[in-house]
Design a protein around this ligand. Structure first.
Ligand code: ZN
Length: 381
């Protein structure tokens, strides 16, 4: 990805921020605005060290991601974006007696390939399919690995079209035309806060532009009609249940293994992160309902989130609290008549969430507030 701090060399303009002033500005908001590259992965929680399902030693660790056994025939691939961008999101695989199911296409084919290699370390059963939990680039730009290897690629029925609609226009596009509006927002910012938020958005867009242009798009070839879900998939002595829930992207699927209380949640769960809410099909009320359902699952449920570390129900509780906090602050502003353009920048990160990464303001907190405002205006909640 592009280092935004060296922009001055390309344009002869003064740098937008020196690295030091950028860090000083952002740290005073109690959070850092960074792309995946700058977000380190926390260690496995102490409670999970006592969970007999979870192996304390990874099967394999490549830095950018490691694979860990989390159940009988169940593995989680956990990414550490600070060490490489091959995967960025988490995934995993399920191994039955007859076949295996891989989860996620990741950000690069090398990420999908890494996970396939990890599967082959433990089993030689045929791969029934790989599943993209949703269409977003960090879960799908490595899909071409599956195409090249003849692996069926499953996803929500809307996912293939969303990949085409959102990422094809970036391929071969003029970079200035794509990034110009975000750069203009930095120039036009009315305050340091707005400027820092706009900068975080530019960082994220710059990364997306780079990934989209470096990738051969691979489209899911096996659409899963949400009206026909849940779908039980028999892998031989193990049943995976595929379900769809609203919230993050309009294409979200989860893989549940009821017999072992394990859920691969995709991006419906950001563990110890602020949730990414920018998608036009993301819905805050829908997402909060989904999290309520996850909270009603068994108290020993183990979750593999789309981003962040493996967690139990405490991870669901924390994300619900984050949504409560955003909604609480937004509601006060809504009732006080603060315009939405202003409100989306005025949220303050409370101390308890100060270590929760914010992928980019305009992809997380900003749109969460905008969506809450529209839901209230429409009288939905
Ligand atoms: Zn996503």
């Amino acid at each position: 990805m592009i280092d935004v701090f060296s922009r001055d060399r390309e344009t002869d303009n003064a740098p937008l921020f020196s690295r030091r002033s950028f860090l000083a500005k952002t740290s005073c908001f109690g959070a850092f605005y960074a792309v995946a590259k700058l977000i380190p992965l926390p260690a496995l929680a102490a409670e999970l060290a006592l969970d007999s399902r979870v192996s304390q030693t990874p099967l394999v660790d490549k830095g950018f991601a490691s694979v860990r056994k989390i159940g009988n025939g169940l593995y989680a691939t956990i990414s550490d974006g600070s060490k490489g961008l091959q995967t960025i999101c988490n995934g995993g695989f399920l191994v039955g007696k007859d076949s295996a199911l891989l989860i996620e296409g990741f950000t690069q084919p090398a990420g999908a390939s890494f996970q396939m290699d990890a599967l082959r370390m433990v089993s030689q059963v045929p791969v029934k399919a790989a599943l993209d939990t949703h269409y977003h680039f960090d879960h799908s730009m490595g899909n071409s690995f599956y195409g090249a290897n003849g692996v069926q690629l499953w996803a929500h029925a809307a996912a293939a079209k969303r990949i085409v609609d959102n990422y094809v226009p970036l391929q071969g596009a003029d970079k200035e035309a794509v990034l110009g509006p975000a750069e203009k927002r930095i120039k036009d910012a009315k305050s340091d806060t707005e400027r820092a938020h706009a900068q975080s958005d530019l960082n994220a867009l710059t990364g997306l532009f780079a990934v989209a242009n470096a990738s051969v798009l691979g489209l899911p070839n096996h659409p899963l009609d949400p009206a026909k879900l849940p779908l039980s998939v028999d892998l031989g002595g193990m049943t995976a249940v595929l379900e769809s829930y609203p919230g993050h992207s309009g294409t979200d699927m989860v893989v549940r293994v009821p017999e072992q209380n394990v859920v691969y949640a995709g991006d419906l769960l950001f563990s110890g992160w602020y949730p990414v809410c920018f998608d036009e099909k993301a819905t805050v009320s829908g997402w909060r309902e989904t999290l309520k359902k996850f909270a009603e699952l068994d108290k020993d449920t183990l979750f593999v989130p789309g981003h962040g570390q493996i967690c139990g129900q405490e991870g669901i509780a924390a994300l619900r609290e984050v949504f409560d906090d955003i909604a609480g602050q937004a509601e006060k502003m809504y009732k006080a008549g603060v315009p939405v353009e202003e409100a989306q920048h005025r949220y303050t990160v409370p101390d308890k969430f100060k270590n929760f990464p914010i992928y980019a303001w305009g992809f997380t907190i900003g749109p969460a507030i905008t969506k809450l405002y529209s839901e209230w205006k429409a009288g939905k909640s």
